[in-house]
Design a protein around this ligand. Structure first.
Ligand code: EPZ
Length: 419
C-alpha cells in the first residue's frame, strides 16, 4: 500500500505529454471481442484499469501481446463468455464485455458490479438496451446472464445519456440483424473514438458523437489498427495543477477541441489559456477568481474533473458553488479537504467552497480515482506535506503521475507503507 507525499507551495512550470484516454481504450479493448482477426491498439496508457481489461481479455481466451505503448489483440480464440467477480469488483468497466460477448457468441455472463465509492451506479440502462435488441437477461447468483440466438435492430431511447451503456449497446448492435437507432445517446469523445474503431473493423455507424446514433448491423467484423484519443481528463488535471499553483504549464499531444468547457472554466477563473493544434498552455496569476460550476454530460464540464477543480477553487478568491449533476455521492473528497482546512459546506448535490489563500497539508485518503487526483492537487497548493494514502485508486487512471508532476517542478514522492 503505497502513498504519495506532496510538499506543497511550488509553482509548476513546464510541459507534459497527455497519455491515451483510459476511458476510450477500455471500450475499444472490449470491442476487440466482436470478431476474429488481429487488432493493434496504440497510444495505450500505462494505467491499472487497462492492465485489468487486458487480464480479463486473456481470461476469456483472447491472445494479448503487449508492446511499448501498444497492444496486439486477437479474439479469434475466445473460450469463455464469463467476466468473473474478482475482476469486475476492481473495475466496473468490465461490464463493457457484456454487449460484445452476447452479440458474437449469443451468451454472456458478467458479475454485477457491486458497491461503488461514487454513489449509486446502476446498469439498468445497459440491460434494458440489450433486452430491447431481443436478449433475455437475468440475474443469477450475482451474475448478469444475457443470451439471444440473434440480436435484432431496434430503436432505443436512453432515459439518461449513459456513457458505458451507450458503448455496450452500440457494440452489440454492430452484429445485430437490421438497423438500431440509439436516441439520447451519450456523445462523449470516447464514444466517437469507439465508433471510429468499429468502423475500421467494418461496422456501419452514423452519428456517433451526437444524441442519435444509427447502426446498421453487419454479419461479422475484421481486425484493424487504431490509435486511441488523448486523455481529456488527465489533460485537464495538469492544466488545473498549473493554474492553481500560479504556474505556466503546457500539455502537448492533447485535443483542445475536446476541452472547451474546461478551458472556458479556466479563462473565467482568470487564467490565460492558449491553444494550438495539439497543445494547450495555461499561465495563471497568483490568485484565481471563484466561479460556479455544474458538472454535466459532454460537452458540459466533466464530472471526472469535479474533484480537481474543487481543489483549485479552495484557493480562489471568493465563494464558488459546485453542482454535481451526474453522480450523487461523488463528494467523498470533501471530508479529506476539510482535514486540510478547506471551508466547504455541502447542500445535497451542491458544494459551497469558500476560497482561502491557504490550506495546509494533512494525511488524507483517496476514495476513488478522481477524488485521489483532487487530493494530489490540493496537496500541491497546500503548505507543508500532504500524505495521500490508497493511491492505487489514482494509479487506475493516471500514468506516471509523480514523474509528470515532478517534471513540472512539484515536490512529490512515493512512500511504501508496510502492511
Ligand atoms: C463513465 O462511467 C466513465 N467511465 C466515468 O469515468 C465517468 O465519470 C462517467 O462516464 C460520466 O462521464 C468509463 O468510461 C469507463 P454513466 P459510466 O453511465 O458509463 C446513470 C473515471 O473516473 N445511469 O454515463 O458508468 C448513472 O447513475 C470514471 O474514469 C443509470 O441510471 O457513467 C449516472 O447518474 C468514473 N443507469 C448517469 O447515468 C445505468 O444503467 C451517467 O452515468 C447507467 C447509468
Amino acid at each position: 500500500m503505497d502513498r504519495l507525499v506532496v510538499t506543497g507551495g511550488q509553482r509548476l512550470e513546464g510541459c507534459v505529454t497527455a497519455a491515451g484516454a483510459k476511458n476510450a481504450v477500455l471500450p475499444v479493448l472490449a470491442a476487440t471481442l466482436l470478431g476474429a482477426g488481429e487488432c493493434v491498439i496504440s497510444n495505450l496508457p500505462q494505467v491499472r484499469d487497462v492492465a485489468t481489461m487486458l487480464t480479463l481479455l486473456g481470461l476469456l481466451g483472447v491472445s494479448v501481446k503487449r508492446e511499448t505503448g501498444r497492444v496486439i489483440v486477437d479474439a479469434t480464440t475466445v473460450r469463455s463468455v464469463e467476466a468473473p467477480y474478482d475482476l469486475v469488483k476492481v473495475m466496473r468497466a468490465s461490464i463493457l464485455v457484456l454487449g460484445p460477448l452476447l452479440a458474437r457468441f449469443g451468451e454472456a455472463l458478467v458479475s454485477l458490479p457491486g458497491g461503488c465509492a461514487i454513489g449509486q451506479r446502476p446498469v439498468d440502462l445497459h440491460v434494458d438496451g440489450l433486452r430491447k435488441l431481443g436478449a433475455t437477461v437475468s440475474l443469477q447468483h450475482g451474475r448478469i446472464r444475457a443470451h439471444a440466438a440473434r440480436l435484432e435492430g431496434q430503436r432505443i431511447v436512453f432515459r439518461v445519456p449513459t456513457v458505458t451503456g451507450t458503448e455496450n449497446v452500440l457494440m452489440a448492435a454492430c452484429l445485430a440483424n437490421g438497423t438500431t437507432v440509439l436516441d439520447n445517446a451519450a456523445c462523449e469523445p470516447e464514444i466517437t473514438d469507439l465508433a471510429d474503431f468499429l468502423m475500421k473493423r467494418g461496422a456501419r455507424i452514423h452519428g456517433a458523437g451526437s444524441r442519435r446514433v444509427v447502426i446498421e448491423g453487419v454479419p461479422s467484423l475484421r481486425g484493424a489498427e487504431h490509435e486511441a484519443i488523448p486523455d481529456r481528463v488527465e489533460t485537464g488535471t495538469y492544466l488545473f495543477a498549473g493554474a492553481m499553483t500560479g504556474g505556466r504549464v503546457e500539455v502537448n499531444r492533447c485535443r483542445p477541441g475536446h476541452m472547451n468547457a474546461v478551458l472556458s472554466t479556466l479563462r473565467n477563473c482568470g487564467v490565460e489559456v492558449s491553444e494550438a493544434a495539439c497543445s494547450i498552455t495555461v499561465k495563471a496569476p497568483r490568485r484565481l477568481r471563484a466561479l460556479d460550476i455544474h458538472t454535466l454530460p459532454y460537452p458540459g464540464f466533466p464530472t471526472d474533473l469535479q474533484a480537481p477543480v474543487m481543489a483549485l477553487l479552495c484557493l480562489a478568491d471568493g465563494t464558488s458553488v459546485i453542482t454535481e449533476s451526474v453522480f450523487e455521492g461523488r463528494f467523498l473528497h470533501i471530508p479529506e479537504l476539510w482535514r486540510m482546512g478547506a471551508a466547504i459546506t455541502v447542500d445535497g448535490h451542491r458544494a459551497i467552497v469558500k476560497g482561502s489563500d491557504r490550506i495546509s497539508g494533512a494525511p488524507v485518503m483517496a476514495s476513488d480515482l478522481r477524488a485521489g487526483a483532487g487530493l494530489v492537487l490540493a496537496g500541491l497548493g497546500a503548505s507543508g506535506d500532504t500524505r495521500i494514502s490508497r493511491i492505487y485508486h489514482v494509479e487506475r487512471g493516471y500514468e506516471h503521475i509523480e514523474e509528470k508532476l515532478r517534471s513540472l517542478g512539484a515536490v512529490i514522492r512515493r512512500e511504501h507503507v508496510p502492511s
